[in-house]
Ligand binder design. Structure first.
Ligand code: ADP
Ligand code: MG
Ligand code: MG
Length: 907
């Protein structure tokens, strides 16, 4: 049998359904699904993504069976709609729409009103009894077809669209402001002028054959899959290029037939904060993209539609409920009202900010629509988005002070919650350049509106502020997706791109000056505004807010309690101070996975330097004796803060040279302080210099050559443990030896540690259970993990160093090429952010298997930065680790990611 390439939907029945996104694309699959559940969808058909794949594999040709299948589906549309394509009395018009598996807003092209020519336009005018409408549709068709199919759309956004120019001229001559005020005669002239422009540019007449028009549009949609914008977009969002797009051909319904008609886009709940109820825009007597394109300022559905079109609003409300009940999630819809009746043109699960995601997930569980497990799905709430809820917000007091200072500028629509302060930048490419020059630069992108070309600049900005557009504008949509702080439609802004200024009510700000936007309220301020911690941090960490006063916190806590119920992976924290440890526990940490002891020396750096500078044992031991009480106090503080939870302490790790002063002045000062000659210091600094310190005398290599260092650290740990235990607090020390590659290295250090433990317990007449384990951070340790597990009681993957040593790529030096690598798809991710699963991950698997093969109950964790990265957390779950460890503020994210993977792939 011939392959089925074309899938029909119409009259309440569809060949496809929502599960067929890979073949039909998101739009096509959902048009089919909506048809099947009885919603009003104009009939149409979907050409599958397989055809796109075929098209690119076969020199841009179609499979031979396609023509017949399309012809048959076209007849089916005609039957369903009671009109004929190209007919001279009652012509059917269709749209041709792209639709990939994942939505790619504004990336690919759509053509509306296909099937019009000089004859059918007359027929349409007669059949509809509305000549103006017929010519308005024809005008739109020639313009869209010219732009999309005939390549008249300007390449650069600074260039002018020839059709827009003609339209502007016509409006000017007619002395009107909007396109819907042009007369029939003027529209007729415009169509002719458009066609002339096509002829002039392409040398060919505008195609009049409706069939030829359809195939032209289909080809343009497939072609748009490989345009630059679409390629960049896919790279940004990790969408594979192989997926391809589907094409949807669908009978037109008309929002431009008169004042009982409209077109609109909406979310069934607010996508910025998650508040229940429709949130969206509509325009009366308009078509398709008009709402998003900002041709006229749209009305807000939740504010005026119920009044303007009560019957349509009631229908829409009903449809919204049906959709949410069916899809079990908030929907992002496109609809058209034709003569008072609602037609559905699109639905998809809505993009939302982290705030909205938490609220919607919790509300849907409370409404009985989904289960707790469903609420945890990574699709609804990517774990990283929780981060948005932890970011600082503007203080009421700070904002009041700013207003008093005269910093208050205006108010727009709150489209992306959060607080953003940064320097004004007006162009996305400039934002990108500034960011590349200095990645810590804080920018707020200020624009009249944004377009898909601005994507890369939007990505690097802290916040986005636009003068035009509503909740469904491009800027709002993208910031929902990126979790950016965003204010749109601040219509008081007068932006002058040439002068690089923005003027608000008489006050002018220049590029580079600071501006602040509050994405919760839409407020805009000049200069900087004080921030305060997020409500969640106030409740959990600072205790400056009560849980019952913060609904945001309550929803967060509810969701986290579900996460804890379902996850199997434990979450620890990387912390070196009691303060960090306490915060981490408040965020849900179940232990310390990494305490970097060298961080504790920062407060006692001179004593530490004395130890490093010592060139003989007695001097070094003298210096170590001074450090011992400091270390003991620090460890005791950590044990107290962790209150019986396990604490993994890593022995001294970094190359010593790092801690010494390198310029003459500081060396002299140190010499004076320690009473030693400055020449001696200079000589030691020189001796300790290494050309590749990352691979030099560091990690356990220090403790092996200078066992007295390990002895002091071990003594400090066990003395602290005894002290805290005597206070009635349980302690679980886990001593971790860094950078082990040989079992002999481990044994050497283990011996020193256990000797000290025995001595201290003897002195203090105490006994405390403890573990001695190792970091696994060089490839040899993975390969020889069976031998090492013969000694080590636990493993902790140090994936920062393991990545450096496995890839032979230094984190201090990869800045020069990593961005190029990512842009050119050489690597899928930054390997220092997300575990390189094929390489480093394979070694980890070997380490786990060999380690557990030797010691069945070997406890295994990860303490590299990756422990707070959701994809890496999920990988750790899959390869059977016991815990991940990450910085305190990433703990909630790791907890959620661990739950998400436990729900989707239980182990
Ligand atoms: P995008 O993916 O960029 O949103 P769409 O294919 O959804 O592009 O189409 C753009 C606009 O045209 C949408 O607002 C949609 O509602 C409108 N549209 C598409 N097809 C039809 C149709 N058959 N009848 C009426 N409006 C349509
Ligand atoms: Mg759409
Ligand atoms: Mg390391």
């Amino acid at each position: 049998m011939a392959t089925k390439y074309v899938f029909f939907f119409g009259n309440g029945k569809a060949d496809g359904n929502a599960t067929m996104k890979p073949e039909l694309g998101g739009k096509g699959a959902n048009l089919a699904e909506m048809t099947n559940i009885g919603l009003p969808v104009p009939a149409g058909f979907t050409i599958s993504t397989e055809v796109c794949t075929y098209y690119y594999a076969n020199d841009k040709k179609y499979p031979p069976e396609l023509t017949t299948q399309v012809d048959e589906a076209m007849s089916a549309i005609e039957k369903a709609m009671g009109k004929k394509f190209g007919d001279t009395t009652n012509p059917l018009l269709v749209s041709c729409r792209s639709g990939a598996r994942e939505s790619m807003p504004g990336m690919m092209d759509t053509v509306l009103n296909i099937g019009l020519n000089d004859t059918t336009v007359q027929a349409l005018a007669k059949a509809s009894g509305n000549e103006r409408f017929a010519w308005d549709s024809y005008r739109r068709f020639v313009q869209m077809y010219g732009d999309v199919v005939l390549g008249m759309k300007p390449e650069k956004k600074t260039d002018i669209d020839p059709f827009e120019e003609l339209l502007e001229k016509k409006k000017h001559a007619a002395k009107v402001k909007f396109d819907n005020e042009l007369s029939v005669q003027q529209l007729k002239e415009l169509v002719q002028e458009f066609k002339d422009a096509v002829k002039k540019r392409t040398g060919k007449d505008f195609p009049t054959d409706p069939k030829q028009q359809v195939w032209g549009a289909v080809g343009a949609v497939f072609g748009s899959w490989m345009n630059d914008r679409a390629i960049v977009y896919r790279r940004t969002y990790g969408i594979p290029h192989e997926w391809g797009t589907a094409v949807n051909v669908q009978a037109m319904v008309f929002g431009n037939l008169g004042d009982d008609c409209a077109t609109g886009v909406a979310l069934t709940r607010d996508g910025a904060l998650g508040t229940p109820g429709y949130c969206g825009d509509y325009l009366i007597n308009a078509q398709g993209e008009d709402v998003v394109a900002g041709i006229r300022t749209p009305e807000r559905i939740e504010e005026t539609l119920a009044k303007a079109m009560p019957k349509a609003f009631a229908e829409l409300d009903d449809i919204g409920k049906k959709l949410e009940n069916h899809y079990k999630d908030v929907q992002d819809i496109e609809f058209t009202v034709e003569r008072g009746k609602v037609y559905m043109l699109q639905t998809r699960n809505a993009k939302r900010t982290g705030f909205a995601a938490v609220r919607i997930a919790v509300d849907l569980v409370d409404e009985g629509k989904i289960s707790e497990k469903d609420a945890l799905s990574a699709k609804r709430l990517p774990a990283d988005d929780l981060n948005q809820l932890l970011q600082p917000v503007f203080d009421k007091a700070g904002k009041d002070a700013a207003v008093k200072n005269g910093q208050g500028l205006t108010k727009g629509i709150n489209a992306g919650p959060g607080a953003a302060t940064g320097q004004i930048v007006f162009h996305a490419d400039e934002a990108e350049q500034k960011y590349l020059a200095n990645p810590s630069v804080e920018l707020v992108l200020v624009r009249r509106e944004t377009t898909p070309e601005d994507l890369r600049g939007m990505k690097v900005a802290k916040g986005i502020l636009t003068a035009f557009g509503g909740a469904s504008s491009h800027a709002a949509l993208v910031s929902r997706q990126m979790g950016k702080v965003c204010v749109v439609g601040a219509s008081d802004l007068e932006i002058n791109y040439e002068a690089a200024t923005v003027t608000v009510n008489g006050k002018t700000l220049k590029e580079g000056e600071y501006i602040s936007i509050d994405g919760f309220t839409g407020e805009v301020f000049s200069g900087k505004v004080e921030t305060k911690p997020s409500e969640i941090v106030q409740v959990l960490i600072n205790k400056t807010m009560k849980a019952e006063d913060s609904p945001t916190y309550q929803r967060f806590a509810k969701l986290m309690s579900w996460a804890d119920k379902h996850r199997t992976l434990k979450v620890r924290t990387n912390a070196d101070t009691p303060k960090d440890a306490t915060s981490a526990v408040a965020f849900g940490a179940e232990g310390i996975g990494l305490c970097r002891t060298e961080h504790m020396f920062f407060d006692h750096v001179d004593e530490f330097r004395e130890m490093i500078l010592a060139s003989d044992l007695p001097t070094r031991e003298k210096a170590l004796a001074k450090l011992l009480p400091f270390q003991r106090d620090d460890f005791a503080g950590l044990f107290r803060a962790m209150n019986g939870r396990p604490v993994t302490i890593r022995l001294l790790d970094p190359p010593l040279h790092e801690f010494l002063p390198h310029d003459h002045n500081t060396q002299s000062a140190l010499a004076a302080k320690l009473g030693i000659p400055v020449d001696y210091i200079a000589k030691r600094v020189h001796e300790l210099h290494e050309s590749n310190p990352m691979l030099g005398h560091r990690g356990c290599r220090l403790g092996i050559v200078f066992p007295e260092i390990t002895a002091m650290q071990a003594r400090a740990i066990f003395e602290a443990a005894c002290i805290v235990k005597k206070e009635g607090i349980d302690v679980k020390p886990e001593v971790m030896i860094p950078l082990v590659g040989f079992i002999t290295e481990f044994k050497d250090q283990e011996k020193t540690i256990r000797e000290q433990a025995a001595k201290v317990f003897d002195e203090k007449k105490a006994k405390i259970d403890y573990l001695v384990g190792t970091m696994i951070e060089v490839p040899r340790a993975c390969a020889a993990a069976d031998q090492i597990a013969g000694g080590a009681e636990f493993f902790s993957f140090g994936t920062n160093d393991l990545t450096q040593t496995t890839l032979g790529m230094s984190r201090d030096d990869y800045g020069g090429f990593i961005n190029y690598y990512k842009e050119h798809d050489i690597v899928p991710n930054d390997p220092f952010q997300t575990i390189d699963q094929d390489g480093v991950g394979s070694l980890m698997k070997v380490g786990v298997e060999k380690g557990r093969g030797q010691r069945k109950d070997l406890k295994i964790g990860i303490c590299g930065e990756h422990g707070g990265d959701p994809a890496s957390v999920m990988f750790c779950h899959k390869i059977g680790l016991d815990y991940v460890s990450c910085s305190p503020f990433r703990v909630p994210i790791a907890r959620l990611a661990a739950a998400q993977i436990a729900v989707s792939s239980p182990r």
